[in-house]
Design a protein around this ligand. Structure first.
Ligand code: GLP
Length: 244
């Protein structure tokens, strides 16, 4: 779906999320959301906060699982995805703290594998992801599933691509400060979501959006795997869609 601009598109995605939350609540069940970080979903979160404040949208019965986190990473670091999520969403809504799940960047390396297995289990125990939202990196990564990721991959520790670390260098005051690793949900984890919405804004994303939508399906551009799913919607602004 192509919208004239990112703001209109973000409001539409927020409305879709709000509808899911309200439908689930009406059935007495919980909405399980897969959440993303980066600049792309910020306006979606802003609109959800507005709906919470002005329209009484409640997150009491919402469970969230974030896609990824840098590794190693302290929770209270400025660049952590924990900080990002609290600043952009969680601190402004009524979600119970125990319903929030974000990969743990503070673990000892030897504890990461067990954490990842448990993360998958927690998603399953919650009933699976109802809706996963995604951005896309310029390498074609979704979450931090960089080129070379397997289509059936699960949550795991990965090495970040050089381009991804360059793109993150501003947040870290220099590329040398960007962690070389991250914990990310896998392509397989994302695929199990009942609905997937990938968002991309601006001309900067146009070449990778073209590859993801029209390119050959290949591990070289992990987002191309989404072509194999029936439950995916790409939500784009006109600039991101300009090369399609
Ligand atoms: C990071 C995140 C991804 C995100 C990507 C794009 O690498 N781990 O989940 O999609 O950045 O970021 P942005 O939305 O800022 O363009």
């Amino acid at each position: 779906t192509i919208y004239p601009d990112a703001q209109t598109a973000s409001v539409a995605v927020a409305q879709r999320i709000a509808k899911l939350i309200r439908n689930k609540q009406a059935n007495g069940s919980k909405a399980v959301l897969g959440l993303a970080t980066g600049a792309t979903p910020v306006a979606v979160y802003k609109e959800l906060v507005r709906m919470h404040r002005e329209e009484g949208l409640s997150f009491q019965h919402v469970i969230t699982f974030n896609l990824d986190e840098y590794f190693p990473m302290q929770n209270d670091a400025e660049q952590s995805y924990v900080t990002f999520m609290h600043q952009n969403l969680f601190d402004h809504i009524d979600i119970p703290a125990q319903n929030i799940h974000i990969p743990d960047g503070t673990l000892r390396k030897e504890d990461v594998a067990a954490f990842c297995i448990n993360y998958e289990k927690q998603i399953e125990d919650a009933g699976g992801l109802d809706l996963q939202i995604l951005g896309i990196g310029r390498t074609g990564h979704i979450g931090f599933n960089e080129p070379g990721s397997a289509p059936n991959s699960g949550t795991r520790l990965v090495t970040l691509d050089d381009l991804t670390r360059s793109d993150a260098s501003r947040d870290f005051g220099g590329k040398e400060n960007v962690p070389t690793k991250a914990i990310t949900m896998g392509i397989g984890t994302i695929f199990k979501a009942r609905e997937i919405v990938l968002m991309a804004w601006s001309a900067k994303k146009a070449p990778i959006v073209k590859k993801a939508v029209e390119g050959e399906i290949s591990g070289e551009v992990p987002a191309t795997y989404l072509q194999l799913s029936d439950n995916v919607e790409f939500v784009l602004d006109a600039d991101a869609a300009s090369e399609l």
